[in-house]
Design a binder for this molecule. Structure first.
Ligand SMILES: *Cc1c(COP(=O)(O)O)cnc(C)c1O
Length: 467
C-alpha cells in the first residue's frame, strides 16, 4: 500500500502537470518513430515492474503523445478536454472497482441520480429508472433501437427476441442524410438491414426534410413494410444542425413510430440562450441518446440512453439467470436488465463529479461560451474574402471552407485539415457537406478564446500556401 501511496501522489502530479502544460505545447504532433515502436511493439515483461517505473514510462512515452483534445485549439470531430472533476475521481472509481450491473452499493444508486440530472438538464421527462449510462451514444442507440424493435413486434403480436425477424414484414427505420453512422450500425446490428434504413433528404440548413419523411413512411406502409422508428438529430456532427423535432414527432405519432433523438453531442445545446425553440419536440421523444463524454467533458467513455418508458428497454434486454437473481432488488431491478452489458463500470462517479463541480450554471456557461465561439467564427468567416460559411450555426460547430482561389476548392479543403494538423498550432477536421469538401470546427473547450479563432484562420491560410 505504501508503494501505491507514493506512486499515487506522483501520478496525481503527472496528471495535473499534464493538464496545466497542455496549452503551451503543440496541439498535436505525429508520434515520433521511437515512441511509435515502443508503444505498439513492447514485449510482455516476464517479471513484474515497480509502480514508479510505470509512471516513468507514462511521463516519457505516453503523456507526450496525446490525441490533442485537451488543447484549447483542438476543434476536431466532437472530442472534449476532460473535466478536472472527472479526472480527479477516476482513480476512486478504479479503487472501488464495482460492477454497476446492479445491487446495493454506491455505483448503481449514484447512477440513478446522474441519469435523472441529465434528463433534468435537457428537459426530458424522467420516470424512475428512465435511463442508463453506456459506453457512448453508439451503445445507447443500440439500447434505444432494440427497445423500439421489440415494442413494434409486440404491437404486431409477436416477439422479436423469441421469434427473430425472419418471415415478418421488414421493419423500416428513417434517418436523415446527416444522421450519425451509429444509427445505421445499430439498425444493421439489430437485423433491420441497411436496405431498410431509409435516408431522408435534408433541407438547405441540413435538417431532416419532414415532408419527405412523411411521404417515405406512407409509401413503405403502402408497400406492406413495417415502419417502426424515426431517428432525428439534435446536433449533427457535420454542421451541428438540429432537425425539426416537433414536426418529426408529429409524423412519429401519426404512424405509431418510435421517436428517437440522437442528442449525443448537441442535446445540451438547448441550454444556450435563445436555443430552446430550436429544440422544441425533443421532450416528446421515446428515447434520447446523450453523451456526457462530449460537451460536458466527462472523461471517455460515458454515454446515456434516456427512455420515456423504461419498461420498453427492459422488455428488450431483461434476462436474469439463476445466478443473478436478486430477491432484494427494487421494482426497477438491475441496470443490466436494460441493456446488453452485464459487468458495468462506475461511469456515474465521473459524471456526478463533473455535474456537481459545474452545477447547472456552469454547464450553461460552458454551452453559451462554446456556442458563442462558433457564432463568432462564423462571423469572421463571413467577413473574410478567402473563407465561406457553409451552414448556419445551430450549436457549437462552424462548417466552412477556405476559398483563396477559384479552382480546385474541393481538393484544397480535403487536404487542408491534415496540413493544418501537422503544423501543430490548431486542429480541425474535414467533412463533405452539401456535396462539397468542407472544414468544420467544433467548440467544446472551456479555455478556448476568440484569439484562438484568429490563430485558426491564419494557420489555415499558411497551411493552404503549401497545397
Ligand atoms: C459521438 C456521436 C455519436 C456516437 O457516440 P459515441 O459516444 O462515439 O459512441 C452519435 N451521434 C453524434 C451526433 C455524435 O456526436
Amino acid at each position: 500500500m505504501d508503494e501505491l501511496s507514493t506512486a499515487g501522489a506522483r501520478a496525481a502530479a503527472l496528471a495535473a502537470g499534464h493538464l496545466a502544460g497542455v496549452a503551451d505545447g503543440p496541439v498535436w504532433r505525429p508520434v515520433p518513430d521511437a515512441d511509435r515502436a515502443w508503444l505498439s511493439g513492447q514485449e510482455l515483461p516476464e517479471t513484474g515492474r515497480p509502480l514508479e517505473d510505470l509512471l516513468e514510462d507514462a511521463a516519457t512515452r505516453i503523456l507526450p503523445n496525446p490525441m490533442g483534445n485537451g488543447h484549447p485549439r483542438f476543434f476536431g470531430w466532437v472530442n472534449s478536454s476532460p473535466s478536472p472533476a472527472g479526472v480527479l475521481v477516476e482513480p476512486l472509481a478504479a479503487a472501488l472497482n464495482p460492477s454497476c450491473a446492479g445491487g446495493d452499493h454506491a455505483g448503481p444508486l449514484l447512477e440513478r441520480t446522474v441519469v435523472r440530472w441529465l434528463a433534468d438538464l435537457v428537459g426530458f421527462p424522467h420516470p424512475p429508472g428512465g435511463g442508463l449510462l453506456t459506453s457512448g451514444a453508439s451503445m445507447a442507440t443500440i439500447v434505444c433501437l432494440a427497445a423500439a424493435r421489440q415494442r413494434a413486434a409486440r404491437a404486431d403480436g409477436w416477439d422479436a427476441r423469441e421469434d427473430g425477424l425472419s418471415g415478418r414484414p421488414p421493419m423500416v427505420a428513417y434517418v436523415s442524410a446527416e444522421g450519425h453512422s451509429c444509427l445505421h450500425k445499430a439498425a444493421q446490428l439489430l437485423g433491420v438491414g441497411a436496405r431498410h434504413v431509409r435516408v431522408v433528404p435534408v433541407d438547405a440548413r441540413h435538417r431532416m426534410d419532414v415532408a419527405a419523411l412523411r411521404a417515405m413512411v406512407a409509401e413503405d406502409r403502402a408497400a406492406g413494410l413495417r415502419p417502426f422508428c424515426v431517428a432525428a438529430s439534435a446536433g449533427t456532427v457535420n454542421s451541428g444542425a438540429v432537425d425539426p423535432l416537433d414536426a418529426v414527432a408529429d409524423v412519429a405519432a401519426e404512424h405509431g413510430l418510435w421517436f428517437h433523438v440522437d442528442g449525443a453531442y448537441g442535446a445540451l445545446g438547448v441550454l444556450a440562450s435563445g436555443a430552446a425553440p430550436r429544440y422544441a419536440g425533443m421532450e416528446r421523444a421515446d428515447s434520447l441518446a446523450l453523451d456526457p463524454h462530449k460537451w460536458l467533458g466527462v472523461p471517455v467513455g460515458c454515454g446515456c440512453a434516456l427512455l420515456r418508458d423504461p419498461a420498453a428497454a427492459r422488455a428488450a434486454f431483461s434476462l436474469v439467470p439463476a445466478y443473478l437473481v436478486d430477491d432484494h432488488a427494487d421494482d426497477l431491478g438491475w441496470f443490466s436488465e436494460y441493456g446488453p452489458e452485464q459487468t458495468r463500470p462506475f461511469r456515474a462517479l465521473k459524471t456526478w463529479a463533473t455535474l456537481s463541480h459545474l452545477g447547472r450554471q456552469g454547464v450553461t456557461r460552458l454551452v453559451e461560451h462554446t456556442s458563442g465561439l462558433a457564432r463568432t467564427l462564423a462571423a469572421m468567416v463571413e467577413q473574410a474574402p478567402d473563407f465561406e460559411l457553409l451552414a448556419p450555426v445551430e450549436t457549437s460547430i462552424t462548417a466552412f471552407r477556405h476559398t483563396p482561389r477559384e479552382d480546385g476548392l474541393d481538393a484544397l479543403n480535403r487536404a487542408l485539415p491534415a496540413a493544418l494538423q501537422r503544423r501543430g498550432n490548431a486542429f480541425l477536421t474535414g467533412t463533405r457537406l452539401g456535396g462539397r469538401d468542407a472544414l468544420r470546427a467544433c467548440f467544446l473547450h472551456p479555455g478556448t478564446t476568440e484569439d484562438d479563432l484568429t490563430v485558426l484562420l491564419d494557420e489555415l491560410r499558411l497551411a493552404a500556401k503549401d497545397l
